[in-house]
Design a binder for this molecule. Structure first.
Ligand code: FAD
Length: 496
């Protein structure tokens, strides 16, 4: 524990393992040797296809060419998630990566829109959001404009297995050693209790100074070996099962994920270039496996291409994501359902955090405590955002939704909701992954109507306010005509 870290061993070669290997080696260079061990006998979880915009910074940090990435991973563009049936059956709203209007002085645009509504304006907040305008008309192209109002944030849908293969090639090219093999035993040091070495099925012994546990839900080192413990959040997020199935691609590739709520869970539809990803997340207290599979298979837009993949999970987080000389990254570190596509991002931010807090002369308790403090805050912020979608609902069609509406929620979330309901104000705290515009869209979309708006919105006369809104709408719509269809964009970029 007190010696310099010269060798990092990554256990597992799923998305978490290969993302960790690629970024650690790219950034740390010759400071550390990296060996990744994966077992084809066990394989990967094989799901996880939707991302959020910071993934682009991850790829950029590796120096990956976006066109090559799109081609190799059969990716499509993601501008938003469309939530259908979440507030009430039959209705939907978008959570885009953009945002409505742009801030005016100290005041967020939505306060002006809220004031206009009190004066009888009928526009929707999303009329002022370029991401929405593109998503709804199935268009996409990156926009080169210096005007922040025309900034369009985007992410990707990709084939997670192709992405892991892509990163494997990348990592091996920059010096990561890959070992194929099943880890049969993990040996801990008798004094420190830290992991000392791994023993593979073929008898090889692998030593390391620091171990990154990317072994998925098995949590081979962090839990099976170190018994770290888990904080269970299923009383807030009761879904505990998922079924995934790919289906044939549709004629047009949508630039957004669809999230369709059912009476005790929800279904995703993720468009890729070569197929659609589909799945259902549900509560096993409310649906049997057969019922859930029937709901999923009866709600596909196209023919299924494989047998369904059944997955169980428990929502929550590992009590210490860094314990002794083991750092859990990916599913071994905890799990939050893919409603806001956050798991791959949590992998990315865990690796960045590890790099920032990388031990120098040895593993220092203060360093470890800081890593764990930041990881806890990040998981809790994502947790609150996901609970918001379930808790604020007006569905009366099932006990599942009624129970979620009536449950007690974390104090941090109660405060956020109360503040927005009373004042229309939202604050991003402690680097929350989700910006004010994300909270705004989901709170409005789930049916919260603020009782007030910011005083600064009264600074304009009524005609000036209306012309501000009309101008903003015009600015946001201005690039639309030149933007090609999403499929045309993919054709062009993949032909490069
Ligand atoms: P895995 O893919 O399970 O990889 C584990 C690795 O460990 C494998 O290589 C395996 O061989 C190896 N291993 C395990 N034990 C041993 C051993 N004894 N010896 C050797 N090797 C071993 N995330 C998103 O961001 N967006 C999404 O849309 C999304 N959708 C999801 C939907 C569902 C239903 C689920 C369950 C998850 C979803 N995720 C999503 C999460 C995403 O799938 C995971 O975060 C991601 O794939 C990381 O998985 P992993 O690498 O931790 O684990």
């Amino acid at each position: 524990m007190n010696k310099p870290i010269k060798k990092v061993v990554i256990v597992g070669g799923g998305t978490a393992g290969w993302m960790s290997a690629a970024l650690l080696k790219k950034v740390m260079g010759s400071v550390v040797d990296i060996e990744l061990i994966e077992s084809e006998e066990i394989g990967r979880i094989g799901v996880g296809e939707a991302t959020i915009p910071p993934i682009r910074y991850f790829n950029q940090a590796l120096g990956i060419d976006e066109a090559e990435f799109l081609r190799e991973t059969k990716a499509s563009i993601k501008l938003a998630i469309k939530f259908e049936n979440w507030r009430v059956p039959g209705e939907g709203y978008f959570h885009t990566f953009g945002g409505a209007g742009k801030n005016i002085g100290f005041c967020a645009f939505h306060h002006f829109w809220l004031r206009a509504k009190t004066l009888g304006d009928k526009s929707s907040l999303w009329d002022y959001d370029l991401n929405y305008l593109c998503a709804a008309s199935n268009k996409f192209a990156p926009i080169n404009s210096k005007d922040p109002a025309l900034e369009m944030q985007y992410a990707f849908h990709f084939d997670a297995s192709l992405y892991a293969n892509f990163l494997r090639k990348f990592s091996e090219n920059i010096g990561v050693i890959r070992t194929e093999g099943l880890i049969e035993r993990v040996t801990v040091h008798p004094d420190s209790g830290a992991v000392d070495h791994l023993i593979l099925k073929n008898g090889r012994v692998v030593h390391g100074d620091l171990f990154v546990d990317c072994s998925g839900m098995r949590a081979l080192l962090i839990q099976q070996t170190l018994g770290t413990g888990y904080e269970d959040w299923s009383h807030w997020l009761p879904c505990d099962r998922a079924i995934a199935v790919p289906s044939e691609r549709l004629a047009a590739t949508l630039p957004y994920t669809r999230s369709i709520a059912h009476s005790a869970g929800w279904q995703w539809r993720i468009p890729l270039q070569h197929r659609n990803g589909n799945g259902i997340v549900y509560s096993s207290n409310h649906y049997s496996q057969d019922e859930a599979a029937a709901i999923l298979l009866n709600n596909l837009d196209s023919k299924a291409l494989a047998e369904p993949n059944f997955i169980s999970f428990k929502t929550g987080r590992r009590l210490k994501q860094w314990n002794k000389n083991v750092i859990a990254v990916g599913l071994s570190s905890g799990f939050l359902e893919p409603l806001e596509s956050t798991s791959i991002h949590l992998i990315q931010s865990a690796i960045v955090r590890l790099i920032k807090l990388f031990p120098h002369a040895g593993i220092d308790a203060v360093n470890v405590a800081e890593y764990n403090r930041q990881s806890k805050t990040e998981f809790e912020q994502v947790r609150d955002f996901i609970i918001l979608h379930y808790h604020v609902n007006e569905r009366t069609d099932s006990q599942f939704w009624r129970d979620l509406r009536n449950m007690e929620i974390p104090e941090s979330l109660t405060h956020k909701i109360n503040l927005f309901r009373a004042t229309g104000k939202i604050f991003r705290e402690q680097d929350d992954l989700f910006l004010e515009s994300s909270w705004l869209q989901v709170m409005l979309g789930q049916g919260i109507v603020p009782r007030d708006y910011h005083a600064l919105a009264d600074n304009l006369s009524e005609p000036d306010l209306m012309s501000l809104l009309a101008n903003m709408k015009k600015i946001k719509q201005s690039p639309l005509e030149q933007i090609p269809s999403h499929d045309e964009f993919l054709r062009q970029v993949c032909a490069r």
